[in-house]
Design a binder for this molecule. Structure first.
Ligand code: PEP
Ligand code: MN
Length: 341
């Protein structure tokens, strides 16, 4: 850690800063300039983690040299982590497509969607039984009945299921059904929830919060990992900006930045990023080119009647065309994609 003093700092103040750092068990390295002093702090920086250094008289700025996340960092594990999902893995050479409706709905929609996406080359089924809706008056999901439908469809198709858990009180229930626990954008910094899923040995799909920095996202992953669960998949799903033409703003650069910073797999959600079905394919092409390990895409047999997110859901024919359209991009980055059945 490096401390930069204010212009015109006094010798007494510099002496005090130095004493304070050394009293906490670190060594200091002083570099005196014309009007400022730069103080390098050497040793275990975690000892300074909770010290309000900016409040020491004469301190202008504090620069962190080490990353605040450890288990999630590339330095900790230079090899990429592969997270197992049924009989496939995310984070290896194959691009993995997860697809399905936004919400689980009554009827045979889920089963027909699962059969269709599997035939087109998707490797896992998504579907929310507990839905985080911006309005309390919107459809809130089918809860445990929805989870039961998901596991029935898993038995029928063999597809592993990805479904959201919204609350610490539901973690055991959702984990008793799901193969992958999704933590949604609105809950990315629900630290109790992150801690709770960290105690499980079940993969977690962690979506980036709408106004979260990439450091925030990696620290959220660190919460899960620090409890012993290292199977975390990160998901870029767009952030809030001033743009109104798209539902969110897809942060394409997040993908290569995350791939450099962490060994965890990184996937993209073009459906929630764009919010319109015509944006799903182009955002996916860009995500593949940027190094994404997978995609999570909303599909519904009749988007017009979907209980949530119909505007961004692909119908079956669109999903088939979408999967075919991905292939040249997958080949260009020398990766694989499951064949059409
Ligand atoms: C979803 O996947 O349907 C969802 C609610 O996503 P997000 O948390 O990214 O908004
Ligand atoms: Mn949705």
């Amino acid at each position: 850690m490096i401390i930069v003093t204010k212009k015109g700092v006094t010798q007494d103040q510099v002496g005090h800063i130095r004493e304070r750092i050394e009293s906490l068990g670190l060594r200091t390295h002083m570099s005196r300039g014309e009007s400022r002093t730069v103080i390098g702090c050497l040793g275990d920086e975690s000892l300074l983690e909770h010290v309000p250094l900016l409040s020491i008289p004469g301190v202008e700025a504090v620069h962190q040299v080490l990353k605040p996340y450890k288990l999630a960092s590339r330095e900790f594990s230079p090899e990429p982590t592969e997270v197992t999902l049924g009989d496939t893995a995310i984070g290896g050479n194959d691009l993995v497509v997860i697809a399905g409706p936004c919400s689980v709905e009554p009827g045979d929609m889920l089963s027909s969607t699962a059969r269709h996406i599997r035939a087109a080359g998707a490797r896992a089924l998504r579907g929310g039984a507990f839905k985080p809706r911006s309005s309390p008056y919107s459809f809130q999901g089918m809860a445990e009945d929805g989870l039961k439908m998901l596991t029935d469809v898993r038995s029928e198709t063999g597809l592993p299921i990805v479904t959201e858990v919204m609350d610490t009180r539901q973690v055991d229930l959702v984990a008793s059904y799901a193969d992958v626990l999704q933590i949604g954008a609105r809950n990315m910094q629900n630290f109790s929830l992150l801690t709770e899923v960290g105690r499980l040995r079940r993969p977690v799909l962690l979506k980036r919060g709408m106004s979260a920095t990439l450091e925030d996202l990696l620290l959220a992953a660190e919460y899960v990992m620090s409890q012993g669960n290292s199977d975390v998949i990160l998901c870029e799903r767009g952030i809030r900006t001033f743009t109104t033409e798209t539902r969110n703003t897809f942060d394409l650069a997040a993908i290569p930045v995350l791939k450099r910073e962490t060994h965890l797999p990184v996937i993209a959600d073009p459906s929630h990023a764009g919010g319109r079905r015509h944006l799903v394919a182009p955002l996916s092409y860009a995500a593949i080119a940027a190094g994404a390990d997978g995609l999570i895409v909303e599909v519904h047999p009749d988007p017009e009647t979907a209980t949530s997110d119909g505007d961004q859901s692909l119908d079956f024919a669109e999903f088939d065309a979408f999967m075919d359209g991905l292939r040249p991009f997958v080949v260009a980055v020398k990766r694989g994609l499951a064949a059409r059945a």
